[in-house]
Design a protein around this ligand. Structure first.
Ligand SMILES: [Zn+2]
Length: 143
């Protein structure tokens, strides 16, 4: 399960409305709370996929390293990622799975329809390595 504070939940959905019709993306920071991931803050990222920003997202690895370091200084770890699907359902795509590498992390997707945030779903990247990784539906609970 992924627990998200209302403020962070609204912020990641709002981010997708702002960048519509392009995809937004960002990082979920927080900590493990038993079996649950608790999101305590989010960090917006620039989408580096200038070639196809409406249906692709990418976070600059250097930006990711910086976010991870600054998070750790505050006692937060990377617990997941989020992005938006402009005018597409909030389900993961084969590309999303291929480009997901953080096993044990949550991947949150929000569908944005005509500029308004609709459904937000979370998927946990399960498995042991790149060969058997898969997404499992995960419940989002608002904290
Ligand atoms: Zn996607």
């Amino acid at each position: 399960m992924l627990k998200v504070n209302r403020k962070e939940y609204d912020a990641l959905r709002g981010h997708g409305e702002e960048t519509y019709p392009h995809e937004c993306c960002g990082v979920l920071l927080g900590r493990m709370d038993g079996d649950e991931r608790l999101v305590t803050s989010i960090v917006r990222c620039g989408n580096t996929r200038a070639d196809s920003p409406h249906n692709r997202y990418n976070i600059d690895p250097r930006e990711l390293v910086r976010i991870q370091r600054e998070g750790r200084d505050r006692g937060e770890d990377i617990v997941g990622f989020y992005h938006s699907h402009p005018d597409h359902p909030a389900r993961w795509s084969p590309t999303d799975l291929a480009e997901a590498h953080w096993i044990g992390c949550s991947y949150v997707i929000t569908s944005i329809t005509k500029g308004k945030a609709e459904t937000t779903n979370s998927f946990e990247l399960c498995g042991s390595d790149e060969n058997d990784k898969r997404f499992a539906d995960e419940k989002i609970e608002l904290a």
